[in-house]
Ligand binder design. Structure first.
Ligand code: MV4
Length: 446
């Protein structure tokens, strides 16, 4: 096992990793920009290193500074958290080349899943159901015949995209070539790669993702799904496990398909396979090769510490569990608390004057803020996650309403007032929502 882990991240996820390391008897090194000298993750770790000025490209994305920080502190492994360098194959390669363990999958697996065309080809080859569409990249000369074969409406996606950037819905053939060229131009300027592919457009799906966990010894298991359909501009707002749309048989069926596929691929670490789910069918869209923001809902209903397992498997140890150990108990919901105006979603950095996190039975708060802390304007606006458990979804929602009422963050604007309304909505109480529900709701007058 590692003696010391460097955490190449900030905020609540850096705290999450420090906590797992401390329970495992592993020493921790925090890194920080000059803007984060007073951040909680820095105080919580055993040691800290300043790696650069506020802009992420000069600090949290500064690979030479991170490697140097490892060398001066003698850290044997790097945990990348989420965002920043967590899905950067080149970073994983450089870390490995310096005899430091990258806590994550191989650079090769990160690279495959980062290319959405390659990811889909791989998923299909491994027996995962995919959205009907082009087999790979679409050339202008073949576009009309491919779209006719798929049937309209079709969706044009960028191979280097993901996260919804650069997608175009095309409803009839008269618009296809103009939209294709628009998509290619946008992809070229956003990602430096104009490769696009085409899929059948699914009009009202849910976003359901399956959590997997794999070691280097051929063991792969699934931890069920999370329903992340409630999003605004491709940012998740509320996530829950289990999905209100699935029963135990469906969970076990898709989970087994995904775990078998990951075993065949030789994948190592934690991973999330994302699906669109419509009319009882799953359609693969992407795979994330990192720990995700919403991992705590899975931890809560399975009792598995995903970061503990992730660190174990990265060090070469076997998983501490097998599939039959994994049971799904009760229901968990996570709310993302952002330092944003709850009406306009514009960032609201500033100093927190008073902070009282919710507590009590069934409540977990993952956050890195405290009273007196100034949220810097340079990074994303997630300041905490409220994760609530109940034996049933009804009990979970009831407790969630109590916990949101109890939560106080003064001095800045947060998304808490939005949640106060959202978790009383009949459609949310009924679990009756798809990927478009939240934006429609936010577009209505209240
Ligand atoms: C789709 C789709 C409909 N049909 N693919 C958006 C982000 C990217 N990961 C995939 N996305 C979508 N792919 C087909 N064939 C609709 C979306 C989509 C979406 C997906 C998940 C969560 C929220 C979304 C919001 C708008 C569109």
């Amino acid at each position: 096992m590692f003696d010391k882990v460097l955490i190449a991240n900030r905020g609540e996820i850096a705290m999450r990793v420090v906590r797992a390391c401390r329970e495992m008897g592993i020493k921790t090194v925090a890194v920080h920009s000059t803007a984060d000298a007073n951040a909680m993750h820095v105080r919580m770790a055993d040691e800290s290193v300043c790696i650069g000025p506020p802009a992420a490209k000069d600090s949290y994305l500064n690979i030479p500074a991170l490697i140097a920080a490892c060398e001066i502190t003698h850290a044997n492994a790097i945990h990348p958290g989420y965002g920043f360098l967590s899905e950067n194959a080149r970073f994983a390669e450089i870390v490995t080349a310096h005899n430091i363990t990258f806590i994550g999958p191989t650079a090769e697996h990160i690279r495959i899943m980062g290319d959405k065309v390659e990811a889909k080809r791989t998923a299909k080859m491994l027996g995962i159901p995919v959205v009907p569409g082009s087999d790979g990249a679409v050339l202008e000369s073949e576009a009309l015949s491919i779209a006719a074969g798929i049937g309209y409406p079709v969706l044009i996606k960028a191979a280097s995209g993901g996260g919804g950037r650069g997608m175009k819905v095309v409803t009839h053939e008269g618009e296809l070539l103009s939209q294709l060229n628009l998509a290619k131009n946008e992809a070229k300027s956003a990602f430096g790669d104009d490769t696009v592919y085409m899929e059948k457009y699914l009009s009202t799906p849910r976003h359901i993702e399956v959590q997997v966990l794999c070691d280097m010894h051929g063991n792969a298991l699934h931890l069920g799904e999370r329903d992340c359909s409630l999003q605004r501009r491709h940012q998740k707002v509320l996530e829950e496990a289990t999905s209100p749309a699935l029963n135990q048989n469906q969970r076990s069926e898709i989970g087994t398909i995904v775990a078998d596929a990951m075993r065949k691929l030789g994948y190592v670490g934690v991973g999330t396979v994302e699906f669109l789910y419509e009319n009882g069918e799953f359609y693969f869209i992407e795979m994330n090769t990192r720990l995700q923001v919403e991992h705590p809902v899975t931890e809560r209903i399975t009792g598995v510490d995903l970061v503990y397992e992730q660190i174990r498997v990265a060090s070469g140890e076997k998983l501490s569990l097998v599939q039959k150990d994994i049971q799904f108990n009760g229901h968990a919901i996570e709310l993302r608390i952002n330092a944003e105006d709850p009406q306009t979603f514009t960032p609201s950095p500033g100093t927190i004057k008073f902070y009282h996190p919710a507590g009590g039975v069934g409540v977990r708060v993952d956050s890195a803020v405290y009273a007196g802390y100034s949220i810097p304007p340079y990074y994303d606006s997630l300041i905490g996650k409220l994760i609530v458990y109940g034996r049933t979804r009804e009990e979970c929602l009831q407790r969630l309403r109590r916990a949101v009422d109890e939560f106080v963050v003064d001095g800045i604007k947060t998304t808490l007032p939005l949640f106060q309304r959202l978790i009383k909505e009949p459609d949310i109480l009924a679990g009756n929502y798809d990927i478009h529900w939240l934006e429609k709701y936010l577009g209505m007058k209240h």
